[in-house]
Design a protein. Structure first.
Length: 210
């Protein structure tokens, strides 16, 4: 049983989407709970890719094909998870801040969070602070995740934090920040609720908040 889960993880890591879909189907036929297939197969594989990416052992193209394989596998599981009443654990709004057009890190975090059962509202890139706020209110989200990949756009993270603190959702919504130049010290300095160095830890932290 564990073998098929590690097979899912291994094939996902090399981006074999078709094989992953077949294996997920087989795992379900064998009676393995959908949540377990998600956690120990798909997410375990994506977690390893995340770690390797952080260490510089794999690069963006590998991450993207692995993510595609994960999404295809997750599509098979979604109806089963829904049928078991494993509802979304909560909602998060995600985007790259104003002036920044990088989206790979953001997309990784989105995939990891969706994998943990969090519903994601993706605002894309170059997102001004008022759009983060409006979307969090509109979607009744409990987390705003904002990413900055350039040192020149890091200041925008503070703009988002300040906007939340000055609004009526202050205290109700957590602001998570991330991106290559961002550090824990910077997070503390701007008063954000959480910083994580990678997508897998971001998903963990989000589950903790929700």
């Amino acid at each position: 049983m564990a073998d098929i889960l590690s097979e899912i993880s291994e094939n996902l890591q090399i981006g074999k989407a078709k094989v992953v879909v077949e294996l997920v189907g087989r795992a379900l036929e064998e009676g393995i709970p959908p949540q377990r297939i998600l956690d120990e197969g798909l997410l375990a594989g994506m977690g390893i890719i995340g770690t390797k990416f952080k260490a510089g052992d794999v690069f963006v193209p590998e991450v993207l094909v692995a993510a595609r394989a994960m999404n295809k596998g997750a599509e098979v599981l979604k109806p089963k998870l829904a049928a078991e009443g494993i509802a979304a654990k909560g909602k998060a709004v995600i985007g790259t801040v104003k002036g920044d057009l990088h989206d790979i890190g953001k997309n990784l975090v989105k995939m990891m969070m969706e994998g943990r059962g969090i519903e994601i509202v993706d605002l894309g890139v170059d997102v001004p602070s008022d759009r983060f706020l409006a979307s969090a209110k509109e979607n009744d989200a409990s987390i705003i995740c904002c990413s900055a990949l350039l040192t020149t756009t890091m200041g925008e993270l503070k703009t988002v934090v300040d906007a939340v603190k000055a609004s009526d959702i202050s205290g109700k919504v957590k602001v998570m920040v991330g991106g290559a130049p961002v550090t824990q010290a910077f997070c503390d300095q701007i008063g954000a609720d959480c910083y994580t160095p990678d997508a897998a830890s971001a998903a963990e932290a989000a589950v903790g908040f929700i």
